[in-house]
Design a protein around this ligand. Structure first.
Ligand code: FPP
Ligand code: MG
Length: 253
């Protein structure tokens, strides 16, 4: 856990995002679930518990490039967090998880049918923010490809449950399901700041490496974490047949 906390401390303090920006991000996220009272009630506890790693990376990369149009960029930051939350709601159905971010998952509380719709709603709302924000074709394409890759990563994982992957297959899976999300967040930040191509690529690569480290840490925490800190049940991966790096390393030795 210490390692994960230190990554997050680094991210949130690196360039010192002003508190008012993060407060405004929370306000936009809350506004996203106000359209329907059931959605609001169901989504509030899920949205509250997130670390905001992806939107913070996006905002930090855009700030590093000198972008200071936060009113313009915040709906895109919120869209990134909404896509992430939607993917977790659907992931918890696939994994039959009961606890997420320290609270009951949507599927545990309302059943899988309602949880599918809650995830779909959050996903649709994210793309509403993107469409209304006029961020350009490249931003929309990055987000569309990201969701495609998330789905391919999950499908690959689902099709190989209880099968021991090669190291290359493991890295492909965590690239698709996690690292591309962090690298896309950094890339969007660099692009919206109008940075040159070399810097855009460097920030994209940084997000990719951070994403791989993040998912490997998450996989380790599934065995050795503290449930009170992770907000998830231990041993979930192995129980559902997802073989991760700690098992590959154990088999090697
Ligand atoms: C968590 O992985 C889940 C993901 C990283 C991605 C899930 C993606 C989908 C379900 C497809 C995309 C769907 C939408 C609506 C965008 P994990 O199970 O390893 O981590 P965990 O321990 O936190 O559950
Ligand atoms: Mg899961």
């Amino acid at each position: 856990m210490m390692r994960q906390v230190s990554v997050l401390n680094f991210v949130s303090s690196a360039e010192g995002l002003p508190t008012k920006i993060l407060v405004e991000l929370e306000r936009i996220l809350e506004s996203a679930i106000e359209d329907d009272s059931f959605i609001g009630e169901a989504c509030m506890p899920l949205l509250k518990g997130g670390k905001r790693l992806r939107p913070i990376l996006f905002l930090l990369c855009s700030r590093a490039g000198g972008a200071d149009r936060h009113e313009k960029l915040l709906p895109l930051a919120a869209a990134i967090e909404l896509i992430h939350t939607a993917s977790l709601v659907h992931d918890d159905i696939l994994d039959a998880s009961k606890v997420r971010r320290g609270v009951s998952t949507a599927n545990a509380k309302y059943g899988a049918q309602a949880a599918v719709l809650i995830g779909d709603y959050l996903f649709a709302k994210a793309f509403q923010f993107v469409a209304e924000g006029n961020y350009g074709d490249e931003a929309a394409a990055i987000l569309s490809r990201l969701v495609r890759d998330l789905c391919i990563g999950e499908i690959k994982q689902d099709r190989s449950l209880f099968v021991i992957p090669t190291l290359a297959e493991y890295y492909e899976r965590i690239t698709l399901k996690t690292a591309i999300f962090l690298s896309s967040s950094c890339r969007l930040g660099a692009l919206t700041a109008g940075l040159d191509r070399a810097t855009v690529e460097a920030m994209t690569g940084y997000g990719m490496s951070l994403g791989l480290a993040f998912q490997i840490t998450d996989d380790l925490l599934d065995f050795f974490g503290d449930e009170k800190l992770t907000g998830k049940r231990l041993g979930g991966d192995l129980k559902s047949g997802v073989i991760t790096l700690p098992i590959l390393r154990a088999l090697d030795s």
